[in-house]
Design a binder for this molecule. Structure first.
Ligand SMILES: Cc1cc2nc3c(=O)[nH]c(=O)nc-3n(C[C@H](O)[C@H](O)[C@H](O)COP(=O)(O)OP(=O)(O)OC[C@H]3O[C@@H](n4cnc5c(N)ncnc54)[C@H](O)[C@@H]3O)c2cc1C
Length: 331
């Protein structure tokens, strides 16, 4: 294949390309990491008829793309994919290997890490290079989310991590960008023990939390579904999306897909309004990328105020109707 330029690798999860931007977000971050260790970014694309994605990844910052195209790669098969990517890793020796913490990344990467006998930090909320050791520092919630741990992989390679969608920013699409596209030899293992018999797509109403410019989040402090509905109106007036903390979801006030935080989604809106949420670390891990955070809580000592830019100490039951009334007048 010749010289392939990047030793920071990103696994290209192209399925649902237009909705799921996590690979593009990872390329953006991988560029920074690669610069710190004096290398480039290579994206891996595995599937059938997938070369169009290679061009997209170059336009979003990849220095190189390694493509494996084969009819036997059309469906994700864990054993085939693991064997293929493990062989590439052993041949080309990347320093870092990243994937989105999507259902796919969460299933594939542990298997791959085990095969490569290296470590894996799952669901990272940040990554950086230690300036002294040049090791990848992988920040991930630990101890049930009680704290954020910084994990390093000093002895084994590659340093592997999966990263929450929405944590990093993608680079803008640059149609002029250039990068090498490589087609290494594809060896398919045939002794797959799992076969995909049928694939069904679940239809659901589009929830675009990760792309929303305004996100309005409701927590336990809202107290009832009726109060939560006020929040939905607030989001609608601001052309935003509704998010929720775990207790609000448990209470059945909204859909599971709206969960924000360590076990839910990470968002990066311009403005985020957090109502009746205490500011637990497991929740705030998902909102730290927001531009401006406005919190409404009746407890002046609630931890949410420590990370908010604007705090309103008051009862949501009285603050929300006033806010809604004002907005209805203006819009
Ligand atoms: C392993 C693990 C993973 C987890 N993952 C997540 C996750 O991904 N996302 C998540 O959200 N949680 C997660 N949790 C739960 C998390 O620890 C918190 O329990 C949760 O975020 C708290 O939600 P809350 O802020 O809505 O509720 P609470 O912590 O109960 O806070 C309610 C707040 O509302 C205020 N309040 C009460 N009444 C009013 C009122 N009338 N007006 C205004 N304010 C009022 C109170 O002062 C309080 O600060 C996880 C927990 C564990 C152990």
């Amino acid at each position: 294949m010749g010289e392939q330029p990047g030793r920071v690798w990103v696994f290209g999860d192209y399925r649902n390309y237009f909705q799921n931007r996590v690979t593009l977000q990872l390329i953006g971050k991988a560029k920074e990491l690669a610069q710190e260790i004096g290398t480039g970014v290579t994206v891996l694309v595995v599937g059938e008829r997938v070369r169009q994605y290679a061009m997209e990844y170059v336009a979003h910052g990849a220095d190189a793309v390694m493509v494996a195209e084969h009819p036997d790669l059309s469906e994700y098969r864990v054993e085939t994919y693991t064997a293929l990517v493990a062989e590439w890793v052993e041949t080309y020796g990347p320093e870092i290997l990243l994937a989105g913490a999507t259902a796919f990344g969460r299933s594939f990467f542990p298997r791959l890490a085990k095969r490569l006998r290296t470590g894996l930090s799952a669901d990272c909320v940040d990554l950086h290079i230690d300036p002294e050791t040049k090791l990848l520092v992988q920040t991930t919630p630990a101890w049930g989310g009680e704290l954020l741990a910084e994990v390093i992989t000093p002895h084994h390679r590659p340093q592997m991590a999966t990263v929450h969608p929405g944590v990093f920013e993608e680079r803008p699409h640059d149609p002029e960008a250039t990068g090498g596209i490589f087609y290494p030899e594809v060896k398919i293992r045939k002794e797959e023990r799992i076969r995909v018999l049928r694939r069904r797509t679940r239809r659901s109403r589009k929830i675009r939390l990760e792309e929303a410019q305004v996100v309005v989040v409701g927590g336990r402090g809202l107290g009832s579904k009726a109060q939560f509905e006020m929040l939905e109106e607030l989001a609608e007036l601001l052309d935003g999306e509704v998010g929720a903390t775990r207790p609000a979801i448990r209470a059945g006030w909204t859909e599971e897909e709206r969960l924000l935080g360590q076990t839910g989604k990470s968002v990066r809106p311009k403005t985020l309004i957090s109502v009746g949420t205490s500011g637990a670390l497991q929740y705030t891990a998902g909102i730290l990328g927001a531009g401006t955070i406005i919190a409404i809580n009746r407890d002046p000592h609630a931890p949410i105020f420590k990370i908010s830019d604007l705090g309103v100490v008051g009862d949501a039951k009285s603050v929300l109707p006033i806010l809604l009334e004002e907005l209805r007048k203006r819009l």
